[in-house]
Design a protein. Structure first.
Length: 115
């Protein structure tokens, strides 16, 4: 299990902190890159719809839902990963995510999760 990393973020104009696994921070950064958005904007969107769920928990669920939605809509492809010995692996578990063909739609995902 990875050690949790605590980061300060701004949500709806208020400073707060979240503790997430490094992989979750990486996934959130990838979503920001794909959607041309900031962590602040994405977390503010999630915060406005999460109800009584903790922000950290809501962000984890959002990250999972985002990539599940992208994969289900053929919006995610895997690139082969080059191994140290020169062989190539084509399995999704060892590949890296390619850029989506189009943004997934942050508001749609948040509404589906928290409505």
């Amino acid at each position: 299990m990875s050690t949790l990393i605590n980061k300060n973020i701004v949500v709806a104009g208020n400073r707060t902190s979240m503790r997430l696994e490094p992989e979750m921070w990486d996934a959130l950064a990838e979503i920001c890159n794909r959607e041309k958005s900031s962590i602040k904007d994405i977390c503010t969107l999630i915060d406005s719809s999460r109800g009584s769920t903790s922000l950290t928990s809501a962000v984890r669920v959002f990250i999972l839902a985002y990539f599940r939605f992208a994969a289900a809509n053929n919006n995610v492809q895997f690139r082969p990963k080059q191994a140290v010995d020169g062989t190539t692996s084509y399995t999704p578990q060892s590949g890296t995510l390619a850029q989506p063909t189009q943004p997934v739609g942050l508001s749609d995902i948040v509404q589906r999760i928290f409505s």
